[in-house]
Design a protein around this ligand. Structure first.
Ligand SMILES: Cc1ncc(COP(=O)(O)O)c(C=O)c1O
Length: 450
């Protein structure tokens, strides 16, 4: 690890002005009273501003799948910065974006082989929703305007994402959001499925909720359904057995596009490149971001079925017409594209997705060994993801899990909590001893929690 020396750390601790920065998704006042700063990283570890080495149990934020500061990615970014810092993607382009797209579609489900780049998961979601609306319009079914999300869904923080999303904290403050949106019921059913190993047995019938919405709105008005195949930010919710298949077939029956938001499940997290492949269900569009560049440079993407792209090309007017009025200044940015190429190469060279599948049974056993600990009301795992749901404290939702987060950090392990669920998602280079350390720390923390 390229660690700052003690003098540099002392200087940082005394010189840093915390006031001007408004920190995202953070209790700013609490944080600034007792800051937690990460100052360097290598492989499975961060170093903190107070000189501690922290085991990263969450791959940064479900993102650094190959581990931190990996040499091939760092070198690719450096080299690209010296070669071409920026090129507009509008009516011009540069080679690395094409190379990144080609490497990406080499690992996507069959048929999904056209890519639109953006800079984040939120932008990927907005882009996918816009593709869906524009696609129906360009092929002559412009009445299809309704977008369907799911309760407890998380699709980032753009107005599109919060509208189709279903986490109340992200929605309640922002008024009407997009019109023409509806939601499926969520699939979390601990009464029937708690402590399932593998996918939950019960709940495939919840996909029929889409039939209800079709009866309400009529299929001729519905453009797309967007869901996370594994819902992450709402607390690691796995799809019940058969649920995704059923949703796929209802979408097919009514000509509704199915979008999988794979911002966290993409790039190996469930043991295959995409959760679509793990579950054997192929959507029409996939959103991705985070691990696309191993999180080293912001980048997102929407991968679409070739037929969707072809429709725009065939029906989008004369060859001189712009077929889709959408794009970002930084779409396919050279540094991001270089980082994506290097990351995709590294995932392949080190067989990291296969490694997830190999480690998954060990990981699952380690997670389920926490079953009888105080406060634990459910445990859910897939690939290298675990959700450990705790009984909320009366009148204080989220407080117990956040307390666990602080205590784990004191014990040099970074975990993440969402609501009262501890969500773990380490880099894929984690070894068994580190898995043991991660779960032993969570065990010690849970035993000590009030
Ligand atoms: C499923 C899903 N979609 C979208 C997003 C938003 O991504 P970003 O924070 O890069 O905008 C996230 C972020 O965690 C996510 O989990």
């Amino acid at each position: 690890m390229n660690m700052p020396d003690e003098k540099a750390l002392r200087h940082l601790n005394t010189s840093l002005n915390l006031d001007p920065l408004w920190i995202p998704f953070t209790a700013n006042r609490q944080f600034k009273a007792a800051p937690r700063l990460l100052v360097s990283a290598k492989d499975m570890h961060y170093q903190t501003h107070d000189g501690r080495k922290i085991l990263d149990g969450i791959a940064g934020l479900w993102a650094v799948n190959a581990g931190h500061c990996r040499r091939p990615i760092v070198d690719a970014i450096k080299q690209q910065a010296e070669t071409i810092d920026y090129a507009t993607g509008f009516q011009m382009h540069h080679p690395a974006a094409f190379q990144a797209a080609e490497k990406l579609v080499a690992i996507t489900p069959p048929g999904l082989n056209r890519v639109f780049f953006c800079n984040s998961g939120s932008e990927a979601v907005d882009t996918a929703l816009k593709v869906a609306l524009a696609y129906h319009r360009v092929r002559g079914e412009g009445t299809r305007r309704i977008l369907i999300g799911r309760e407890r869904g998380y699709h980032g923080v753009g107005f599109g994402g919060i509208s189709v999303g279903g986490m109340v904290g992200n929605r309640k403050t922002f008024g009407n959001m997009l019109g023409s949106v509806d939601h499926l019921r969520h699939t979390h059913d601990p009464a029937r499925n708690a402590f399932s190993r593998g996918l939950p047995e019960h709940g495939a019938e919840l996909a029929d909720d889409l039939e209800r919405l079709v009866q309400l709105h009529d299929a001729s008005n519905i453009a797309a359904v967007i869901i996370e195949p594994v819902a992450g930010s709402t607390g690691v919710l796995l799809p019940p057995k058969g649920y995704l298949q059923r949703l796929r077939s209802i979408c097919d029956k009514y000509g509704i596009l199915l979008i999988f938001d794979e911002v966290i499940t993409g790039f190996g997290r469930t043991g295959k490149a995409f959760a679509a492949q793990t579950f054997g269900v192929t959507p029409d569009l996939i959103t991705c971001a985070k691990a696309l560049t191993n999180a080293a440079v912001p980048m997102g993407g929407v991968i679409v079925k070739q037929g969707i792209y072809d429709t725009f090309m065939e029906k989008g007017g004369p060859d001189s017409a712009i077929e889709f009025f959408h794009g970002y200044t930084y779409s396919g940015h050279p540094l991001a594209a270089a980082a994506a190429c290097a990351s995709l190469d590294l995932f392949k060279a080190e067989k990291l997705f296969e490694r997830v599948a190999e480690l998954a049974p060990y990981w699952e056993d380690a997670a389920h060994s926490l079953k009888d600990l105080p406060h634990v009301i459910d445990i859910r795992t897939i690939g290298l993801v675990a959700g450990i749901e705790l009984q909320p404290m009366a009148e204080k939702p989220g407080a117990r899990a956040f307390d666990a987060f602080l205590r784990a950090y004191d014990k040099n392990v970074l975990i993440r909590t969402t609501g009262d669920t501890i969500a773990l998602s380490p880099p894929f280079i984690i070894d068994k001893a580190q898995i043991d350390q991660l779960f032993q720390t969570v065990r010690d923390v849970l035993k000590a929690l009030p």
